[in-house]
Ligand binder design. Sequence first.
Ligand SMILES: [Zn+2]
Length: 93
Amino acid sequence: MSKSKSKKKRTTIGCPHCGNSSGFGEANIVNATADVLSFDEDGEPVYAGDTEIEWDSQKLNPHDPLPYRCDSCGECFAKPVPVAGCRRRKQAA
Ligand SMILES: [Zn+2]
């Protein structure tokens, strides 16, 4: 059995709308702790104005059905798709 490297073209993934493969926004959630000075008479917190963001907790928002936004066309999408290395053109009838 010989190992042969398949000459697969590197696939680029990107925007399913326009094919852009660089420049995306991702909806993230991140834990943060807001400093509370005290509580008012209604029990509402009085904020100090500072919020400490825990960047290690940053992750893709699993509740956003379309968490990616393309910088090129501005469309939102759920997952990037292969956009290059596929030269087959589908002809729209
Ligand atoms: Zn796009």
